[in-house]
Write a protein that binds this ligand. Structure first.
Ligand code: ZN
Length: 178
């Protein structure tokens, strides 16, 4: 089942997500629905707060490209109670967008590599290094669990430049749904 998205301006996106104590049927169902929601919206990552659930959980499905050619459609990965335990000093600037902030794309500087700890849907511990775009998706989604949006990481000048666009998103998506 496709779930309704939370959009910029909604308070659930600004809360710190609660850790998940037990991976039960409710969580498995949530993951299944988040997967459908992510794919229906052509996203490559989705965090639980983006579907109005303030839980420490995000999913990813990152396609891989060789140049312009898609060489892998990506596989669904589930990260429960994630924690980024290491960041590279080297950074990279790349464009990001967010399903919760439709229509906007901005360049964000982030570390090139990270080490992420989490548990998967089977409750198995994961500790994995990610780099490049994969690392970027993990950091973007992990930020959602701390109430942080990628636009918070922009320069003051860029923040000013997108103020109007953000106001419009807030009006169009948040207020019209109430
Ligand atoms: Zn996002």
């Amino acid at each position: 089942m496709k779930l309704p998205l939370a959009y910029y301006g909604e308070s659930v996106l600004r809360r710190k997500a609660q850790p998940i104590a037990t991976i039960d049927q409710t969580i498995r169902e949530l993951v299944k629905n988040m997967d459908e929601t992510m794919k229906a919206n052509r996203g490559c990552g989705l965090a639980a707060p983006q579907v109005h659930r303030s839980l420490a959980l995000f999913i990813t499905c990152i396609p891989h490209y060789a140049g312009e050619k898609k060489i892998s459609p990506g596989v669904l990965r589930v990260f429960i109670n994630p924690k980024i335990v290491a960041y590279s000093e080297e950074t990279e600037a790349c464009e990001e967008s967010c399903l919760s902030i439709p229509g906007l794309k901005e360049t964000v500087i982030r570390p090139l590599k990270i080490v992420l700890q989490a548990v998967d849907l089977e409750g198995k511990k994961i500790e994995e290094e990610f780099s490049g775009f994969d690392a970027r998706v993990m950091m973007h989604e992990n930020d959602h669990l701390n109430g942080v949006l990628y636009i918070d990481r922009l320069s003051l000048a860029r923040k000013k430049a997108i103020e109007k666009a953000l106001r419009e998103i807030k009006q169009r998506y948040t207020i019209s749904r109430k």
